[in-house]
Design a protein around this ligand. Structure first.
Ligand code: NAP
Length: 380
């Protein structure tokens, strides 16, 4: 039995991980789960699996009645305790946002295997994560579908030149620029292929998600930015492609269902055998397009700004989290998110590299303050 802890258990990835565990009750045991506040949503799941450890970030949440006595923890400390439980073999990191840095650090330093969905963590702290990993037995198995695809393709291969990440194009791929300008939250949340949490769905609609994934791939696979390409693939069947030095390619195909990547990570290094849904190759249409840089400027902007230093992807991830929440609260329009992120990066006049984790935490504070100032100038 492999003991699993899920951080972010009530979200899209968390619930799909529970689905995978449910299919393999003889192989996996749910040791612990963490949520921010939606614990009542998981009452049935908790009764089904009876995890001995539960963590709730928000201390003021009312606890449901449990038929047994789990140990309950709260706040950042709770996340850190669950990430380093002595019996835990795999931590599924599925929290939306950079708060996940803290339990990720704990999990690594406690030699845990991590199934990593939270790309924001690796985008902001990738450099430190690689440092922390060096002297431990910890290992990161990507859950993001594109990165899981590349991870699976890249094993035991050499002479690779490029890796190619696919992007569905989101709800505005075939829409005019003015539709993006007039977009309401309902339009933004209508993702054509994937059912994801709010933040990632919003990030997909303006392709900030793909910008984050380029950085994620850079850190996970040690590939220079210029060798990470993006191609629009509206069917979301091909998730990742590797291109060899001779120009030939190898691709990973599966239906657009995150449970493939989650199951792979849970079983790793053994291969999973359970079929969720098989691709039907008959009548399969696979289309590929270039990214429209005018409609989605963040990708090109990222390729340019990372040449200056690794502080910029961190500013991207931190500020995006803030501006997306402003958008959800109705304080800014959808089309303003990307220009605001770019403006914030332009405002950064400090050094271009982050030297240590304290500098990263100071940067988070700077971004929070400066975003508020920036918003004031936008709304006045
Ligand atoms: N969904 C996908 O298909 C997909 C694909 C690839 C990668 N990802 C990545 O996976 C991560 C999660 O995405 P999602 O779509 O599953 O998000 P989601 O549906 O919004 O769920 C987020 C989860 O994180 C929890 N959470 C948030 N802040 C927390 C905190 N401070 N402490 C403890 N738990 C906290 C939430 O708890 P509450 O419910 O209590 O708020 C919820 O369980 C994101 O980084 C995303 O980019 C997602």
């Amino acid at each position: 039995m492999r003991n699993i802890v899920i951080l972010g258990a009530s979200g899209s990835i968390g619930l799909q991980t529970i689905d995978v565990i449910r299919k393999h009750k003889d192989k996996f045991k749910l040791l612990g789960l963490a949520v921010k506040e939606n614990i009542s949503l998981l009452q049935d799941v908790i009764e089904e699996f009876k995890p001995p450890y539960i963590s709730i970030y928000n201390k003021s949440v009312k606890l449901p009645n449990f038929s047994y006595s789990p140990k309950i923890y709260y706040g950042r400390e709770g996340l850190e305790i669950l990430a380093s439980l002595s019996g835990a073999e795999l931590i599924v990191m599925a929290i939306s946002g950079i708060e996940a840095i803290y339990p990720t650090q704990k999990a690594i330093l406690n030699n845990k295997k991590i199934a990593l969905a939270t790309k924001e963590v690796i985008v902001t702290a990738g450099k430190f994560i690689k440092e922390w990993l060096k002297n431990t037995k910890s290992e990161i198995i990507p859950v993001d579908s594109e990165h899981s695809a590349i991870f699976q393709l890249i094993k035991n291969k050499n002479h690779i030149e490029n890796i190619i990440l696919t992007a569905s194009g989101g709800p505005f791929f075939k829409k005019a620029k003015k539709d993006i300008e007039n977009a309401k939250i309902e339009d933004v949340l209508k993702h054509p292929r994937w059912k994801m949490g709010k933040k990632t769905t919003i990030d997909s609609a303006n392709m900030v998600n793909k910008a984050l994934e380029i950085v994620e791939a850079h850190y996970l696979f040690n590939v220079p930015y210029e060798n990470i390409k993006v191609v629009i693939h509206p069917q979301s069947i091909v998730h990742g492609i590797i291109e060899f030095l001779d120009g030939s390619m190898m691709a990973y195909l599966s239906p657009p269902d995150m449970r493939f990547a989650i199951q792979y990570a849970l079983f790793y290094p053994e291969g999973p055998i359970y079929k969720w849904e098989k691709l039907n190759l008959k009548n399969l249409t696979l289309e590929f397009y270039s990214v429209d840089d005018e409609k989605f400027p963040i990708i090109n902007y990222l390729y340019n700004v990372v040449k200056k230093g690794d502080i910029y992807p961190a500013i991207l991830a931190i500020s995006d989290e803030i501006f997306v929440s402003y958008f959800i609260d109705g304080k800014i329009k959808f089309y303003q998110i990307v220009p605001l992120i770019m403006e914030l990066m332009e405002r950064w006049k400090g050094k271009n590299e982050i030297e240590n984790i304290e500098e990263l935490f100071n940067l988070i504070e700077w971004v929070k303050k400066e975003s508020e100032n920036l918003i004031k100038t936008y709304s006045s």
